[in-house]
Design a protein. Structure first.
Length: 479
């Protein structure tokens, strides 16, 4: 085998998965068609739940240093400021949700940070390697490269974007709709004479469509977005960007001193009919394509990787049966569908950028991996399947306890199992906690409560499903 896992695409999804696998000691190789990392700002908003994921993956400090909060939107008309409004509903940080607002980091910088972390962990990226097709059998999957070379792995993850070559090779369809038939220009540019304290909005007028110019936190650049009439040809050249900025604002063309990257797109929402075919998994834009409104696409994609990483790790290191991987599509496809509806609603002005867009309320209560064994659960208490909140238990910060590739057992107001739960489970003991109440809470490696109970009855059986504790199943021959 060339690797246990082959990841196609070095975007945020592939890099996050590579980091998660590398810290688990799983040999993985990322293949990227381009000669380097993506150079544009495109997915610039990181939601609070993704910040929690980055905390666990060990990149949060770098992400914080690289970005900043979103500025207030300033509306312009005829060269005059006519009003401002916040882009997101406000939220105060609380103990169980310390990251309370979206954090702006240009996508190219997020990818640099993840790639740096991957290198620290010994992970590998091979640039200039395009996958032209694939074959698979009962034991492996082989990627056929356009160069004529082949790469073989136990599993392959397609993280190669909305036009995924892997998805097409598998014959998996996408079901969706055009959210907006109007093409949109997006560019990263240097602009002189424009303040960086506001997200500048130039509403439609005199037959022109909207223009927005947003300062990109942590850089000297602005992100320029401009919508065009349906059927229009969008000029993404530097002169084309300068022209649309000058035509729709008071900014002179020569004030756009540099155009560093530009592209165009037509907002759409689409969901892959399946997230898995044999030994191949779809993740990120290869599995779901969002309107950029509301900042859900990149965030949902990173969390695909976070869900899949621990499961691949458990199977490939021999602790869990291969059937665990069936839960990836079961858990992530409904979430992706939900986030697609949310993105579309935000794009159409039907949904505010508020609590739902922060993604802290997402969970897996209906998953086959979820067991709620308590007799009575308070309405506001954490349930099995929910995101495990932060907080302090006898002086221990829970996110510090969760950080790493292990499981965590919280024994809150009840006794922990006397015989222990194995080296792969960290135990935190304390009194009943406000967010959780009292009970035992087994937190998965991806920060969700997998099992909860009033006592340890049934815990060993649950742990055994993942090869934890005393009697775990051996890896199946099909792994």
């Amino acid at each position: 085998m060339d690797a246990d896992v082959l990841i196609v695409g070095a975007g945020p999804t592939g890099l996050a998965l590579g980091v998660d696998l590398a810290r688990r000691g799983v040999p993985a190789l990322i293949l990227e068609r381009a000669d380097g990392l993506f150079p544009g700002s495109r997915g610039k908003g990181l939601q609070p739940r993704t910040m929690e994921v980055f905390d666990d993956l060990g990149v949060l400090a770098a992400i914080h240093a690289a970005g900043g909060t979103y500025p207030v939107a300033m509306v312009w008309r005829n060269g005059e400021r006519v009003g401002e409004h916040p882009m997101f509903d406000p939220a105060e940080p609380i103990e169980d949700s310390p990251y309370n607002e979206p954090w702006m980091v240009p996508q190219w910088r997020t990818q640099e940070i993840l790639a740096g972390r991957l290198a620290e962990l010994g992970g590998r990226i091979a640039f200039g390697q395009e996958v032209a097709g694939l074959t698979q059998d009962a034991e492996s999957v082989t990627a056929h490269l356009s160069s004529g070379a082949t790469v073989r792995a136990r599993y392959l993850v397609a993280a190669d974007g909305g036009r995924s070559a892997v998805r097409r090779a598998l014959g998996i369809g996408m079901t969706g709709e055009t959210v907006d038939p109007n093409p949109t220009l997006v560019a990263d540019a240097r602009i002189s004479g424009l303040d960086r304290d506001n997200w500048h909005v130039f509403p439609p007028g005199d037959g022109a469509d909207f223009l927005v110019v947003c300062p990109l936190a942590g850089t000297e650049d602005f992100q320029v977005m401009a919508r065009f009439p349906e059927g229009a040809d969008v000029d993404v050249s530097p002169d084309g960007v300068r022209k649309v900025v000058a035509e729709r604002s008071h900014i002179a063309a020569e004030d756009v001193t540099e155009v560093r990257w530009a592209s165009d797109f037509r907002p759409r929402a689409a969901l892959a009919d399946r997230f898995r075919a044999g030994r191949v998994f779809l993740a990120g834009d290869a599995a779901h394509v969002h309107s950029p409104a509301g900042g859900q696409g990149l965030n949902t994609s990173v969390q695909d990787a976070y869900n899949l990483g621990w499961k691949l790790g458990a199977v490939l290191t021999g602790t869990a049966p291969a059937g665990l991987l069936d839960s990836y599509e079961e858990e992530r496809r409904p979430i992706a569908a939900q986030m697609l509806d949310l993105s579309t609603g935000v794009h159409r002005g039907e949904v505010r950028r508020g609590g739902a867009t922060r993604q802290l309320g997402l969970g897996y209560r209906e998953s086959s991996l979820t067991v709620e064994a308590r007799g009575a659960v308070g309405e506001e208490s954490v349930r099995a399947g929910d995101r495990a909140p932060d907080g302090k238990v006898d002086g221990v910060r829970l996110f510090d306890a969760f950080r790493g590739p292990h499981w965590t057992l919280l024994a809150l107001g009840v006794d922990a199992p006397g015989g222990g739960v194995g080296e792969s489970v960290r135990v935190v003991r304390g009194g009943a906690h406000g967010a959780y109440g009292a009970g035992l809470f087994l937190v998965r490696p991806d920060g969700y409560v997998g099992w909860s109970g009033d006592s340890a009855a049934g815990l060993d059986t649950y742990l055994g499903r993942f090869g934890l504790g005393g009697r775990g199943p051996n890896r199946s021959a099909a792994a």
